[in-house]
Design a protein around this ligand. Structure first.
Ligand code: ADP
Ligand code: MG
Length: 320
């Protein structure tokens, strides 16, 4: 690695850490590998996610937003397990050295890392097409994580927030029209998604199964159904819609648009009271959108009648 690449790491990436986690970091950026320990009685939880230019973010996305989103999507994966995020590694491939870009990128990374007191403990920096891959690790208490496979027949299905907003943000960016003030909200949902980390933690002991919505509401709910060997019926009239004028477009985005990073989770009848209390303590809207049933698959119901879906979600190798 050339000196300038070492300097990049030193200047932009070696300071993204906070004191709070330090006792468990024995070695961070600078050696061949990092060394960390997890607190006693906790299990290590690890996830990784990659953002490629033109696929996971549009070509003209700011460096700040690319970094923010790369970390947010990983935070969302740990949120969906009910885990507490702690450390991350950054694999950055970029076509060349652009100091303005690196400043924006490291500022976005530092901002979100600071919010969650995360430490950057290592990574790799290479020349190539713009691609950001983050590996995030954290821990979970000695209780069962929120797995996709734990839904039970009779559970109610809940959604945090609203899906389809990020997809509408992308549609705004893709259209020739200029972005107006109300569009800006949707674009920010695309570029700076909010991982539901504290909700995930609160759902431990309440939810049976959980998943974060990255590829589309119906597509990701289908993963719970499949992993749990059951079915899920959704009430299409209850699913929250993005606040846009075209209701059919809103519905399509809500059902199949990707990139929202909301949580879908299932809750047994015996845990409804605990959930109700949790809902009363949070500002985040949580909506019951369906129920877990025995017959496999995901069924979308409109006044009890099954309605079809033309496109359920984003799939990298199939959908184009
Ligand atoms: P190696 O030759 O062993 O792959 P590198 O020269 O790639 O090591 O990296 C040197 C140190 O800098 C390592 O500790 C590595 O984890 C860290 N590092 C490299 N790139 C990044 C990055 N983008 N963010 C954080 N740390 C990084
Ligand atoms: Mg390396």
């Amino acid at each position: 690695m050339s000196l300038s690449e070492f300097n990049i790491i030193k200047q932009y990436f070696s300071s993204i850490s906070t004191k709070e986690n330090s006792p468990n970091i024995h070695l961070g950026v600078g050696d061949d590998a990092a060394i960390v320990s997890t607190p006693e009685n906790k299990k290590l939880v690890v996830c990784t996610d990659t953002l490629n230019e033109g696929i996971h973010f549009p070509l003209n996305t700011s460096a700040y937003d690319i970094a923010y989103k790369a970390l947010a999507v990983n935070l969302s994966d740990l949120a969906a397990m009910g885990a507490t995020p702690k450390w991350f590694a950054l694999n950055l491939s970029m076509p060349g050295i652009n100091e303005d870009w690196l400043t924006g990128f490291s500022t976005g990374l530092k901002q979100l890392a600071g919010e969650y007191q995360l430490d950057l403990i290592g990574g790799d920096t290479t020349r190539g097409p713009l691609s950001v891959s983050i590996t995030l690790a954290g821990h979970i208490e000695g209780v069962t994580a929120l797995m996709r496979s734990s839904a039970k027949v009779g559970d109610k299905v809940y959604l945090s927030g609203c899906t389809g907003e990020a997809a509408y943000g992308l549609a705004c960016l893709s259209s020739a029209a200029t972005i107006n003030d109300s569009d800006k909200y949707f674009v920010s949902r695309l570029n700076q998604p909010t991982a539901r980390v504290s909700l995930g933690l609160s759902l431990l002991g309440i939810a049976n199964a959980c998943i974060d919505i990255s590829d589309g509401l119906v597509a990701d709910i289908a993963h719970i159904a499949e992993a749990s060997q059951c079915g899920i019926e959704l009430d299409s009239n209850i699913i929250p819609l993005p606040a846009i004028a075209d209701k059919e477009q809103a519905r399509q985005h809500a059902l199949s648009g990707g990139d929202d990073y909301e949580l879908v989770f299932t809750v047994a009848p015996a845990r409804q009271a605990a959930l109700k209390q949790l809902i009363s303590q949070t500002d985040l809207p949580i909506t019951c959108i369906g129920e877990v049933v025995a017959a496999p698959g995901v069924l979308l119901l409109d006044n009890g009648r099954s309605v079809g879906l033309s496109r359920t979600g984003y799939e990298h190798f199939n959908n184009k």
